[in-house]
Design a protein around this ligand. Structure first.
Ligand code: MD3
Ligand code: FE
Length: 215
């Protein structure tokens, strides 16, 4: 029996949360500093903002994007757009470290050649939540979505193909990457209100990156 058996807890693990949903725990941790630096660079040009839903509600999660297109919402609906409505300029380009981590994670989960053109960046401050929803503004649902969690831990809700299907809860922590494809791609999901806390690198917030092949 090795002295370190049961002691080394930081070993990355791949766990199937549900058919098509693969958790690569801690996969992004080795890249935490370049990832966070890249977020700061993006936010300097395209600041976090609270979008309004078509129903007129201000989202508690603040959002921005990088890449050729970005996800936006306003009173007229949800869509991907090449122009940031805040600046009237294109979104900041997708950083190389973003594209690389998304492609590597997708490949590990069985999706070769994943080249997303959008990265939606969500910022949760204590109390912010994301109600149960489906991601269906993309054109090709055979393409997965890759998510990267940074900062404070959150409880993620994962349901079924109908809004009323029962939901499972998973804790997503700093550095976790999840690949959502196949039968999980159109599942309802959301995030519980963020508990307060202090993260060594990000302070009182959680940042989530979602990589999307939109067209
Ligand atoms: C399951 N973001 O941006 S990431 C979103 O933590 C979104 O900010 C959450 O839901 C967040 O749309 C959850 C995990 C996630 C992302 C996309 C999915 C799970 C998914 C798409 C289909 C199924
Ligand atoms: Fe979503």
């Amino acid at each position: 029996m090795d002295l370190f058996d049961g002691i080394v807890e930081s070993e990355p693990r791949n766990i199937q949360l549900a058919p098509g949903a693969m958790l690569l725990s801690g996969f992004a941790r080795p890249f935490e500093v370049p990832l966070i630096e890249a977020v700061h660079t993006i936010v300097a040009r395209a600041p976090f903002r609270h979008l309004v839903t078509p129903g007129g509600h201000r989202m508690s999660v603040a959002m921005t994007n990088s890449g050729a297109v970005g996800w936006i919402s306003d009173r007229t609906g949800y869509r991907y757009d090449a122009i940031d409505p805040h600046s009237g300029q294109p979104w900041p380009p997708m950083p190389a470290v973003f594209a690389e981590i998304a492609a590597q994670a997708a490949a590990k989960a069985g999706f070769a050649d994943f080249h997303p053109e959008a990265c939606l960046i969500n910022r949760y401050e204590p109390g912010a939540k994301l109600s149960l929803h489906q991601d269906k503004d993309e054109l090709d649902f055979r393409q997965p979505i890759v998510s990267v969690s940074l900062g404070l831990p959150a409880t993620f809700l994962f349901g079924g193909l109908n809004r009323t299907d029962r939901t499972a809860r998973y804790r997503l922590t700093h550095g976790d990457v999840v690949v959502w494809g196949g039968p999980a791609r159109l599942a309802y999901h959301g995030v519980m209100p963020l508990p307060d806390g202090e993260h060594p690198l990000l302070g009182r917030q959680r940042i989530n990156l979602t990589f999307r092949k939109t067209r």
